[in-house]
Design a protein. Structure first.
Length: 348
């Protein structure tokens, strides 16, 4: 990835904050319609520990880092730019945005696409973080096939016990710190042959080959498992957006916090879209990429309308396109004409 272009050299049509599947997909589609696009990415993808990305049609099992490398090359092939950095804050500056990167560099953008993903807040059990993405897992669609027929433990989540029972006959649900089961859940687990173990998990047992071998209970008992499924709390990486007035909301299933967006990724804040895990904590790689594409189309339409209205104003007044003119266009386009999905689909 290249170094950032400093403020004052140009105003980008779109700055994409985050260079994962959603961000690169959005950048690729914007670059292909001749928008100037800058992707700013720290280079620490959430799925880096995983051996492969799954469910990606045509790229099944590809290394997550290789997928991103290919995506960066594709964006660059159409004139987009991917730069290394972490955004500290974004503020509105007239008709555009000022994007401040840690270390003090600044760039300007007409529109912003936020694709910064999320943070996994793991249960408070020693050793989980070190094995996260290896033999401590959470997603059956990401890892289920790879752990089929293994000895699987599930930490305090009935729903995940059902999901992983589909992959193995040897599944144990650990109640851990007070999980309670309804009578019908006990009956279903028993009928499926899922074991249930009471008692708090206080640590993990790892064998000489650095493979998970069991979980250790507060009683001292060690229960053999080869894989441990946990349920993190998912928190969107969005603190840097505080000045813009975006809205955070709890996921409908109570799994964590995410940015509120409409179906196009529009945040409700003029000029700001979001896609991927930052606005849908359950998005896998394919869904995140699709959301990035959808947001890119909506952003492009928003810019087309702004450009067309500015050109018309310039023609009437005999002036030239300027920041002041775009500010006037933006003023006219706000309110009921804010460009979310309805505007994008209707063509108004």
């Amino acid at each position: 990835m290249s170094e950032l272009i400093r403020d004052g050299e140009q105003t980008w049509d779109v700055v994409v904050v985050g260079g994962g599947a959603a961000g690169l997909s959005g950048a690729l589609n914007l670059a292909r319609v001749r928008r100037s696009v800058l992707v700013i990415d720290k280079g620490e993808p959430r799925n880096a520990p995983a051996a492969g990305a799954h469910g990606v049609l045509g790229r099944e099992g590809i290394s997550p880092l290789e997928l991103l490398r290919l995506g960066r090359e594709e964006v660059a092939s159409y004139g987009g730019r991917v730069a290394s950095g972490q955004v500290a804050r974004i503020s509105r500056d007239g008709a555009s945005f000022r994007v401040v990167i840690e270390g003090g560099q600044r760039v300007r953008a007409r529109r912003v696409l936020v694709t910064t993903g999320l943070v996994d807040v793991l249960p408070d059990v020693p050793g989980l973080a070190e094995r996260w993405g290896r033999d401590v897992l959470h997603c059956v669609y990401c890892h289920g096939w790879e752990v089929r027929d293994k000895v699987i433990g599930v930490l305090g989540n009935f729903h995940q016990a059902l999901l992983f029972r589909q992959m193995s006959k040897d599944v144990t649900l650990f109640l851990h710190t007070g999980m309670e089961l309804a009578d019908e859940q006990w009956e279903q687990l028993a009928a499926l042959g899922v074991g249930v173990v009471d008692g708090e998990i206080t640590g993990l047992k790892v064998d000489g080959q650095d493979q998970l071998a069991g979980v250790r209970l507060a009683s001292g008992r060690v229960v053999p498992v080869q894989q441990l499924v946990v349920a993190p709390r998912f928190l969107a990486r969005a603190r840097f957006l505080g000045e813009l007035g975006v809205t955070m909301q709890e996921h409908p299933m109570g799994l964590g916090e995410q940015l509120r967006v409409d179906a196009s990724g529009f945040t409700g804040v003029q000029g700001v879209w979001a896609a991927g895990n930052v606005s849908d904590v359950l998005s896998g790689v394919p869904a995140a990429a699709a959301a990035g594409t959808t947001a890119a189309a909506a952003i492009h339409m928003d810019l087309l309308k702004a450009d067309a209205e500015a050109a018309a104003l310039a023609a009437k007044g005999g002036g030239v396109f300027s920041a002041a003119m775009e500010a006037e266009v933006s003023r006219r386009m706000q309110g009921s004409r804010a460009h979310g999905l309805d505007s994008f689909l209707s063509g108004n």
